[in-house]
Design a protein around this ligand. Structure first.
Ligand SMILES: Nc1ncnc2c1ncn2[C@@H]1O[C@H](COP(=O)(O)OP(=O)(O)OP(=O)(O)O)[C@@H](O)[C@H]1O
Ligand SMILES: [Mg+2]
Length: 246
């Protein structure tokens, strides 16, 4: 039960900024402040379970900044993940509020720097099997069930032209400006970590730059922070194609 995890509720309020696949609320109890993330559809409940696993596995003090895991509750129709409530705002919100280009550049540089650190981190575990194969298989399932934007035709294309192999690293797996928190002007925390695993770092990179790929100043700022690799046009196309399935 929720109260067993967080203690007696004082308030429970939906956040003004909601995600796509879940409902998020802030809970205040006398023990502290928590975030509860609830999912209703099967696909998103699976993702939430995956996120719970990731948070649990990172709770052992490793050097990856994520909210602290508090608990996971599965009911008949709903799943709930409870974690620490972190101060800070999403990078999307921070960029919206930034007054000057120089402020935006600083934020985007920090966004690049932050993911570089993850990509250079020692992998947590040796995943079994190849990340890209796993993603392509999942994509196939979603496409067949009509649960994705990507078509089976696009999927065939992706399967027939795997990109050149690069070293696999820790990845976030959904590295958009919505899924990091800015604290004191710097990107400092990953959220929405269901896809965090050992995988292809070009997926994070391609997703990271998607919104400002045609904005030369912001793109340059990103690559001041992210210096380890630069995706090619073909790689961007490939990984953006893959993203259509998720
Ligand atoms: N631990 C946290 N502390 C404070 N705020 C949080 C925390 N986790 C999430 N949030 C807020 O809730 C919003 C939604 O969270 P999240 O990105 O995890 O869900 P989601 O977008 O529904 O997931 P998905 O991307 O799978 O659809 C975030 O944009 C952020 O504002
Ligand atoms: Mg999100």
């Amino acid at each position: 039960m929720l109260q067993d995890i967080v203690g007696e509720l004082i308030t429970l309020e939906k956040l003004p900024e909601q995600g796509w696949t879940s409902e998020v609320s802030r809970i205040v109890t006398k023990n502290g402040t928590y975030l509860i993330k609830s999912a209703f559809k099967e696909k998103y409940r699976d993702w939430l379970r995956a996120e719970a696993k990731v948070l649990m596995s990172l709770a052992d003090g490793r050097e990856i900044p994520v909210p602290a895991y508090k608990g996971f509750i599965e009911e008949d129709e709903t799943s709930h993940l409870i974690m620490s409530f972190e101060k800070g705002i999403t990078l999307t919100a921070a960029l919206r509020e930034a007054m000057h280009l120089s402020d935006k550049e600083r934020l985007v540089r920090s966004f690049g720097c932050f993911i570089q650190k993850l990509h250079e981190q020692e992998p947590v575990s040796n995943r079994e099997g190849d990340w890209l194969d796993t993603q392509l298989n999942k994509a196939q399932l979603y496409a067949e069930k009509g649960q994705s934007e990507g078509s089976l035709e696009l999927l065939e294309q992706l399967k027939s032209c795997n990109p050149q192999v690069v070293k696999q690293t820790m990845i976030h797996g959904d590295y958009t400006t919505d899924n990091v928190l800015v604290i004191d002007g710097e990107v400092q925390m990953f959220i929405d970590v269901a896809g965090m695993t050992v995988g292809d770092p070009r997926y994070d990179e391609a997703l990271a730059i998607r919104k400002f790929r045609h904005h030369p100043e912001l793109l340059a700022a990103f690559y001041k922070g992210y210096t380890r690799y630069r995706v090619s046009q073909e790689e961007i196309q490939y990984f953006e194609g893959l993203y259509e399935f998720f």
